[in-house]
Design a protein around this ligand. Structure first.
Ligand SMILES: O=C(O)CC1=NCN=C1
Ligand SMILES: [Zn+2]
Length: 424
């Protein structure tokens, strides 16, 4: 049995307490519930006590000698970061497309010419389970080094039943074996594969009639996602796919209004989706309907940055009452990064969010976006002992001194897995 871990004298212990019952919206996104000179006792994989150092010193006087003591003086202590939108499990690279885009080619031009998602699909179909596992494990290790303790992971580069199952099986094995927890999303509706380009509706039928039932039967995913975009899946096709998922117990998520306005936000609201993601081109009406329906906006400013596009208007969404979460969108084409801290910087610098709001968006609201806020996303008694310690004195400095990985220590379910910025 692991020794207890006692984190002492945090200059700022940002607990995010109080936001677990429902997605955090409006002014509450600025409330981090910070304890100065904070202290946390972790035992048996869960958070046992949270308070000032003086309170815990008196409560644990007799047991201090049993614990691994971590001196967090001068450091910011937060919940383990959570990435609610990744395409983690994939093979290969699309580095060749980077240069094409720097020379003016658009994301959709590349995709329509057989690159983009189709290129990664070809590589992923070819890869063995072991190859997919090894490549994805390296990315998970990097996520950990950037303070992330839970990630959502989508399929969507197989586009056949067999290859979609392969991706989801790899994600399941990583969840079982790697310190980072994974929450899986089926995304067979990521693109119409080349072999169906003249019969897109037949592919939609394949997703609905064969893939969704089998994924649900094997319990390989919690969510069902679709790329609702002009030239990929229409709102009508997307609705059919998401409703089929709901009939099989898969909760709906949607890639919405990423490249062009396409009423994806409106569709998310009408279905009561857990989240609508991207939203760079979401309409005011769509944002209003999302707020009314309680749909979380998962914003991906790294993707906008990498595609050299305008970011989604996070400021407007928060001011209109939408709960906002942040994510890397880790994928080989439009956002090949694992740095959720950089995404938080971009939330401030490109989307008008405050340093407090981006921390809420990368912790408790990200937990809500994967329906895990009952167990992660804040430092509260009884939750998983997932903690990240940054070598900065406060949450403002974390945004001010941008582009640097400030992660010093990461604790996963009460075990130190990163120390001094290195994997243990
Ligand atoms: O391009 C990719 O591989 C990931 C992506 N799906 C929808 N937008 C970006
Ligand atoms: Zn995505």
């Amino acid at each position: 049995m692991n020794k207890p871990v006692w984190i002492r004298h945090a200059s700022q212990l940002a607990t995010l307490a109080g936001g677990s019952s429902s997605p955090v919206t409006g002014a509450r996104m600025n409330e981090l519930s910070i304890i100065e000179d904070g202290s946390v006792w972790l035992e048996n994989g869960v958070i046992e006590r949270v308070g000032t150092d003086a309170e815990l010193a008196s409560a644990y006087r007799e047991r201090a000698h049993e614990a691994v003591i971590i001196d967090a003086a001068g450091k910011l202590v937060t919940p383990g970061l959570i990435d609610p939108h990744t395409h983690l499990v994939h093979a290969g690279s699309r580095q060749n497309e980077f240069n094409m885009r720097l020379n003016g080619a658009t994301y959709m031009e590349i995709m329509n010419s057989g690159g983009g998602i189709h290129a990664t699909t070809a590589a992923t179909r070819q890869a063995t389970h072991e190859q997919l596992y090894a490549e994805s494990k390296r990315r998970l290790d990097q996520f950990l080094l950037h303070g992330v303790t839970t990630v959502e992971a989508k399929s969507g580069y197989g586009l056949t039943l067999e290859d979609e199952l392969k991706q989801l099986e790899v994600a399941k094995k990583l969840d079982e074996e790697h310190p980072v927890d994974l929450v899986s999303t089926f995304m067979g509706a990521h693109a119409v594969p080349r072999e169906y380009k003249d019969a897109p509706d037949a592919f939609v039928d394949l997703v609905i009639e064969q893939m969704i039932p089998e994924v649900a039967r094997r319990k390989l995913a919690v969510f069902n996602d679709v790329f609702c975009e002009r030239g990929v899946f229409t709102p009508e096709q997307s609705r059919r796919i998401l409703e089929a998922g709901m009939r099989h117990g898969l909760l709906p998520k949607i890639h919405a209004d990423e490249i062009e306005p396409y009423e994806g936000a409106e569709l998310a609201a009408s279905l009561g989706a857990v989240s609508a993601d991207h939203l760079l081109r979401a309409s005011d009406r769509g944002i209003e309907l999302m707020a009314e329906a309680g749909v979380i906006a998962v914003l991906l400013p790294g993707t906008a940055f990498f595609l050299m596009a305008e970011s989604a208007n996070g400021r407007k969404m928060i001011d209109r009452g939408v709960a906002v979460a942040l994510s890397t969108d880790c994928n080989p084409g439009s956002s090949p990064t694992v740095s959720l801290p950089l995404i938080m910087n971009l939330g401030c610098l490109k989307m008008g969010m405050t340093p407090a709001e981006v921390l809420t968006a990368a912790t408790i609201n990200a937990a809500h976006a994967i329906r895990r806020a009952h167990e992660i996303g804040s430092i509260e008694v009884g939750k998983k002992a997932d903690i990240t310690i940054f070598d900065v004195p406060d949450f403002m400095t974390l945004q001010y001194r941008y582009g640097v990985n400030h992660v010093d220590t990461v604790i996963k379910k009460g075990t130190v897995v990163v120390a001094g910025g290195r994997l243990v």
